[in-house]
Write a protein that binds this ligand. Sequence first.
Ligand SMILES: [Zn+2]
Ligand SMILES: [Zn+2]
Length: 557
Amino acid sequence: MENKPIARTLRLLSQLMELHDENPFKIKSLANAAFKVDKLPFPIAKKSPAEMEKIDGIGKSTAGKIVELLETGHITEMQSLLDITPEGIVEMLGIKGIGPKKIVTIWKDLGIETVGELYYACNENRLIEAKGFGLKTQEEIVRVIEFRMASNGKFIYARVEAEANELLKKISAVLPGAKIGFTGEYRRCSEIITELSFLVGTSDIVGAIKVLSGAALLLDISESKTGITGETENKLLVRIDVTSTTTFYSQLFKQTGTSEHVETVTTRIGSNVGELESEEAIYKKAGLQWMPPELREGDTFIEKAAGNALTQLITYDDLKDNLHNHSTWSDGVNTLEEMALYCRDQMKLKYLGMCDHSRSAFYAKGLSIERVLQQHEEIDSLNKKLNGFHIFKGIESDILNDGSLDYPDEILARFDFIVASVHSNLKMEKEKATARVIKAIENPYTTILGHPTGRLLLSRKGYDLDFKKVIDACAANKVVIEINANPLRLDLDWRWHQYALDKGVMLSINPDAHRIEGFTDMHYGILAARKGGLYKEMCMNAMSLEEITKAFAVKRG
Ligand SMILES: [Zn+2]
Ligand SMILES: [Zn+2]
């Protein structure tokens, strides 16, 4: 074994000991030894135990550990510490800038156990107020985690959007008069972007490629006969293809859909797509309704488009509400009143659903029964002065391990609606997790199933559920399923929307806002919902105040 892995192991052991609050003297000497071993000019593995002990800064106890490591491949003391430390916490120890002390706070005080959850908590500003943290530390953690995510070349849509629009503007500026559009994953509004791609239509292909390569739009540019590729500063791959003006729309079509989609449509045309004047003309020629780019994944929607059965997809303008939000009553940043006024005056919505955390979510200041009643008083008095704008009394009730909700029935009965979500024990195996969620769906007080898998894109897989069973249970119990609009969640995944809609299950796009800025996530929720084929008649957020009041009442019997 070389010195580096030995040093790394000793260092991890010292961090684990610090995490578990062991003797500070021992921790320090171990950390010091790790540093020494790393710098030694000879391989320590070649030395006898007696020789190791004599090396400055190592000593008898550490030498013993190194010998054990060399002989058995592990250190017993470290193994027992690893056994009582969640995997995600160990992973956090590897992130630069957060030491064991901070990780203890993250783990014990904030209840966060994975890097994904930590990233999410930063996005919700939950670290700012934690002991030993502040805005700067939080920003640094976000930066480091994003860097780790980006290092595998994948980005969530929301992190690419501003840069994509900026680049589009720059390309338009250097190629005035050219036709320019997004293609690929970005145009299809995929939740994960691995390549940002553009198409340029011009009468001078060679000239346009020269201009693009010379314009310093990207780093590491390489040029080909059909365009340029390169990357942005944060390592997002970018491709700009150039085609003639006359083939622009057929290329736009070909480069937007997945290959399976393009092939299906092309086969229906029978001949070459040809030089058509618009994408609409291509779909018409294939005997299909126009298909928005979001739907051009595989052939899921082809049959509907052929039968003239594609419905108008939901749009931002269809929204009447924001359901599922958090205020200062639990872990939110803004007061109830601030949240309500923002929805009424800035977003021009008709009503708002507040769903602070329930009592088991201790790390998020979940509401005790007493505080639930106090919050209801505040909502009643706000509703009197909000001039027709209405706040519904909701709660995001934790789904407990056995599938029950977080309050006794007489308290559950006091809410207008209940979003039931899993926040703990995310590692349950599929069958158990499915049974747990279904039990919550069958609870007569459950109105909406919140972020069904708990996934965090690119960082936490979310738990395995038998989606068909879960959706069937929602259909049987008239429970609505949330499309959580947080761009890190977008959960329920769009790939299940059609199954839900076919079963008659309504979907609700919820911002899960923890501050007024969080409401803007509805934009991403809408994109995900459109991708799943959601239309306003099946979207809870498109209901009028009267309709939703009735719907809540009917659900509660
Ligand atoms: Zn939640
Ligand atoms: Zn929530």
